[in-house]
Ligand binder design. Sequence first.
Ligand code: 2AM
Ligand code: CA
Length: 270
Amino acid sequence: MTSTRGGLGDELVDIATRLAREAGDMALAGRKRGLNEVSTKTSRTDMVTEYDKASESLIFAGLRTLRPLDSIVGEEGASHVGSNDITWFIDPIDGTSNFLYDIPMWAVSIGARENGEAIAGAVYIAAAGEMFAATRGGGARLNDSPIGCNLDARLDTALIATGFSYAPESRPVQARRVANMIGHIRDIRRFGAAAVDMCYVACGRLDGYFEENLHEWDIAAGDLIAREAGCLTGDFRGGPIRPVETMTASPAIFEALGRLIVESTVADQQ
Ligand code: 2AM
Ligand code: CA
């Protein structure tokens, strides 16, 4: 049977949710038993565990079996160059520091793009049993119920999440920016998992989120889920979302939040 455009999104989101749940439940069970292998990647605080690798292997194997012609890019190195126009982006554990410290704010994130445009995505917060999912044009869901962002947000009462880079030299600049912003909003949250933050904006648990220096696999699923929930996503100055500069917010505060971020940013004084 030839899939229609909508049909393809449904097929891909079914695969994404199934594999995200399987991988997340496996990692959660493993975390409860304890970790044996913990090492660092790009900096002394950028961590990887055996479950980042096991989760990615499980998802990669599933995608290769179910979607043999698709391309695959994974954070831990999984890679396949396919022969059609679908590419999958896997973050096998988003929020690895939380996973390491046994804080429940981590997720498996799987997003699919067709010719570069998001078509399906799933973010599974295993410790909470929460599956966020979306298809292009089909809306966003949390555990099969439709979700929407907080359309009544105001900047001066907005709850905003952010993250700080793993690169030590970027962190003081980012911290000063937050210090400058914090008197103009309700408060700041720093949960430590980009995909979770984007899904939280999507379901109205946050009013906005911004972060720098991410990667495609961090945002591929969360961006679609947020947009399908009625959020706007982009960079800080009204351009398209980019992993190096990511903002997700209720349309009611999107522009004002971008302005506040830009105005609050002061270059490193050293
Ligand atoms: P990870 O847990 O998969 O590494 C933390 O601020 C969030 O940003 C997490 O989602 C983390 O993903 C992600 N992240 C990805 N690259 C990052 C980087 N270079 N610096 C900081 N956080 C990064
Ligand atoms: Ca990760």
